[in-house]
Design a protein around this ligand. Structure first.
Ligand code: 13P
Ligand code: SF4
Length: 307
């Protein structure tokens, strides 16, 4: 048996022994997606983590995703195979930044994107994902909201909900979408594939988004491939989604807007560190209950609002 097959077999065996489930984000490496029990966007991963009946959850994604799973499952062991897998977008939102904006704009609800760390989520009135942000803000009675930490998603939410959305902080962005899925790469891809339908993630800058046939979360983009019609598609997001799309739609031609749009943090989860985590039952993600309790309540209430 080759190295890869024996690694996969070892993970399968460890999963049975530990009664573990592997949840993977749509941007994960192809071999990690293929071994996962479930692959999805942030909203689906949060819902799956809530429903999980296994004793152990392995989160193949970045740290805030593992934290979210741990917050929703205080009685389970949540393993995050690479603690270095952070998210530069999440790092834009510190408690100091929140306090500054709260002071400057009193009385506005604070809507926090799930791409943030638990200490920041603690201050949220609502927690959203890219799949739920516009829907949730549309349902609020307030006409003006604070939205953290992605300025591009904030501008998309403002457009769809028809409300004033104040980005917190003013320059928060995902470097992968901001610099590698911008107007330049989108126009270049459209010139190479003039007949293709263009799907763009709302973390991409507005000039890229406005060229799209469809804007949505990673899983909403996957569904749109089936619904839009046509047989050639360009995905304006991190390149890992293309693997998933090609698996789901083998008859369609799917290309990344930019094959260089790689989230290096997402790629820090490997088959080797998954096997290592299951073998040693670490690193376990723990969020102090003094923070987790409040975040769980806001997260569950927010998920319910967009059901
Ligand atoms: P989705 O929730 O759309 O999968 O997005 C997560 C993410 O990290 C986007 O960069
Ligand atoms: Fe964070 Fe961007 Fe990577 Fe998503 S793609 S995890 S927002 S850095």
């Amino acid at each position: 048996m080759g190295y890869l097959d024996s690694l996969v077999e070892r993970i399968e065996e460890l999963k049975r022994r530990r009664n573990a489930v592997i949840l993977a984000h749509n941007y994960q490496l192809p071999e990690v997606q293929d071994i996962a029990d479930y692959v999805g966007d942030s909203l689906e991963l949060a819902r799956k983590a809530m429903e999980a009946s296994a004793d152990v959850i392995v989160m193949a994604g970045v740290r805030f995703m593992a934290e979210t799973a741990a917050i929703l499952n205080p009685d389970k062991a949540v393993l995050h195979p690479s603690p270095e897998a952070g998210c530069p977008l999440a790092s834009f939102l510190s408690v100091d930044v929140i306090k500054r904006y709260r002071e400057k704009y009193p009385g506005r609800p604070l809507v926090v994107y799930v791409n943030s760390y638990a200490e920041a989520k603690y201050y949220a009135d609502y927690i959203v994902t890219s799949a739920s942000a516009a829907r949730l803000v549309s349902r609020l009675e307030e006409e003006e909201v604070l939205f953290a930490p992605d300025r591009n998603l904030a501008s998309y939410v403002a457009e769809v909900a028809g409300k004033r959305v104040i980005p917190v902080p003013v320059g928060g962005h995902c470097p992968v979408h901001e610099y590698l899925v911008n107007e330049y790469y989108v126009r270049r891809a459209l010139e190479e594939h003039p007949g293709a339908k263009l799907l763009v993630h709302p973390e991409a800058p507005p000039a890229a988004r406005r060229l799209a046939d469809f804007v949505g979360s990673t899983s909403q983009m996957l569904r749109a491939i089936g619904e839009l019609g046509g047989d050639e598609f360009l995905l304006g997001t991190e390149e890992g989604l293309v693997h998933r799309a090609r698996r789901l739609y083998p008859g369609k031609r799917v290309y990344p807007v930019n094959p260089g749009a790689v989230c290096i943090d997402m790629k820090k989860i490997t088959l080797q560190n998954i096997a290592h985590a299951l073998e040693n039952m670490k690193p376990v993600v723990r969020v102090d209950e003094s923070i987790a309790g409040r975040v769980r309540e806001v997260l569950e209430r927010s998920l319910e609002l967009v059901r």
